[in-house]
Design a protein around this ligand. Structure first.
Ligand code: HEM
Ligand code: HEM
Ligand SMILES: [Fe+2]
Length: 458
């Protein structure tokens, strides 16, 4: 840790870890309900556990993004944060918002708009937190006068994510209109501006971990971000096929969303080449695992499994089935969970009192168990989805009869989900078992940059 104020990141990461654990409890609960009968039906029905599961995901991943930004910006701009006090106020407000939203869902408060269920007062607090956050980061950069491209891409992503949340604050009477604008937030987040956030973190990590040339890395970052934008914006139309808007969206959606994986393949190649050039010189190999893992798993979960159902001729069968859940899990995990875990793993030897930089044994177990578990979960959802599409949509069997026939896949989901949860439990334990390091340089283990990454100008 080069700057004392970077230690605020620890508390963001700590909250993110707790909420991550809680998210999985509600994921496993949701999965178990598919096995029926459900003893909790009248207390915690499926719609409530699923809402809590997905909302906790969004809240903890955003908490991770904020913590990672508070870690990265002082490093890039070579200065202390503008205000640690503001960062703590923001974290307090944000956590209260997240926790009360979850309590509210338990009692049925929420808008019912998938992934954007937060009641209006919570949405307003989210906007206030984002404003405090962006102000703090903006002032930090202004104070230092040093603004890198990597930081620029990250900030463009974070700022646009805040702006794209605004349509979610409005209420629409007409259901078609409401669904139409819902995708301006959800799709343009995950397939647009959040990918910039991922790209910013990825470039930062690759420059630091591989010692790759900053100029080259940043040039490619522009290309990837450009590709994401062109395809991602118009690609929104892959959600417009069946919602009641004109049919010209069908070919437009199919064509442009099919181009989206190009950027994701580009990102994976970018990470791979950076790694090859470096000869794996950096001591923090575990962080490198998470970084390269994120780029590759995104290509699989978002690129390949997204493409698998993005054409209208396929999507007319698979829309809203477990095929969607298959893709949703793998894509979210690769792109946003893994990149946050990469940033935490990179920062861990500095912000905690852990002695070895390389990563602990437990840390490697956490990585491989999560990967195996998530791969198994993807297969479970995928096989359940294929069965569901065939029985329900092609043979015309009723929804519940179909669910009975595909129950075995949910046994697999619970088994592989438990493996995944074990990996997450290990990661969380590995994080909390070392106390935080709250000052700069007091017997920090090894330098956190490779020799080449420490070259002036990088
Ligand atoms: C990191 C990137 C991505 C993430 C995190 C992600 C995540 C998700 C999630 C959570 C959903 C369900 C949304 C809902 O129903 O509310 C979804 C739906 C969908 N995604 Fe992605 N996605 C990503 C990239 C892609 C890409 C690149 C493609 C196409 C090549 C794609 C194609 C689709 C399609 C077609 C649907 C609609 C499924 C349906 O009709 O039910 N996604 N995605
Ligand atoms: C123990 C691990 C987990 C289990 C057992 C689990 C299970 C589930 C279940 C049963 C659903 C409801 C699917 C449906 O609507 O029929 C769901 C939804 C969802 N989960 Fe998980 N989950 C787990 C971990 C995760 C993780 C780590 C992520 C993020 C990377 C995630 C992201 C999502 C998303 C985005 C949805 C909504 C998908 C959609 O509506 O299509 N889950 N999960
Ligand atoms: Fe999309």
């Amino acid at each position: 840790m080069r700057y004392k104020s970077q230690s605020v990141a620890y508390w963001y990461f700590a909250i993110a870890m707790v909420l991550f654990g809680l998210q999985l409890v509600f994921g496993l609960l949701s999965a178990a309900k598919y096995l029926g009968p459900d003893p909790l039906l009248n207390i915690l029905p499926f719609d409530v556990t699923k809402t809590i599961h997905t909302n906790l995901l969004i809240v903890w991943v955003l908490t991770g993004f904020m913590g990672a930004t508070y870690w990265m910006v002082p490093d890039e701009s070579r200065t202390e944060l503008y205000s640690t006090k503001l960062a703590y106020i923001q974290l307090g407000l944000w956590t209260v918002m997240g926790v009360t939203a979850v309590i509210g869902y338990l009692f049925g408060y929420g808008t019912g708009n998938k992934l954007l269920e937060q009641p209006l007062p919570h949405k307003i607090v989210i906007v206030i937190c984002m404003l405090i956050f962006l102000y703090n980061i903006g002032m930090t950069i202004k104070k230092s006068g040093r603004f890198t491209t990597t930081e620029g891409v990250l900030l463009l992503g974070l700022g646009s994510a805040a702006v794209l949340y605004l349509p979610a604050l409005l209420h629409y009477e007409n259901y078609v209109v409401s669904i139409y604008y819902r995708w301006w937030t959800i799709h343009l987040w995950v397939e647009g501006v959040w990918e910039m956030i991922q790209g910013g973190f990825l470039a930062y990590l690759l420059i630091r971990l591989s010692g790759a040339d900053r100029e080259v890395m940043e040039k490619w970052l522009y290309v990837i971000v450009g590709l994401v934008f062109i395809a991602g914006i118009i690609g929104t139309a892959h959600h417009y096929y069946w919602i009641g808007v004109p049919t010209y969206w069908l070919p437009i959606g199919g064509l442009f969303s099919a181009l989206e994986p190009v950027a994701l393949v580009g990102m994976a190649m970018y990470a791979y080449y950076a790694m090859r050039r470096s000869g794996l010189a950096h001591p923090n190999k575990l962080a490198l695992h998470w970084t390269i893992g994120s780029a590759l798993f995104t290509m699989f979960g978002a690129g390949l499994l997204g493409l698998a159902h993005t054409f209208p001729s396929v999507n007319k069968w698979t829309h809203g089935t477990l095929i969607t859940a298959m893709h949703g899990h793998a894509a979210f995990y690769g792109a946003y969970v893994m990149i946050v875990l990469a940033m935490i793993t990179y920062a861990m030897p500095s912000i905690t009192r852990r002695e070895n930089v390389d990563g602990t044994n437990l840390g490697y177990w956490a990585f491989w168990l999560q990967l195996a578990g998530m791969f198994g979960m993807t297969l479970s959802f995928g096989t359940a989805g294929i069965g569901q599409v065939y029985l329900e949509r092609i043979l015309g069997m009723g929804y519940l009869d179909t669910q009975l026939k595909i129950q075995v896949h949910f046994l697999m989901l619970v088994a592989t989900g438990s493996l995944f949860a074990l990996g997450v439990g290990m990661f969380i334990y590995d994080f909390f078992r070392f106390p935080p390091r709250l000052s700069v340089g007091d017997s920090e283990p090894l330098p956190i940059t490779t020799t080449s990454a420490a070259r002036p100008g990088l």
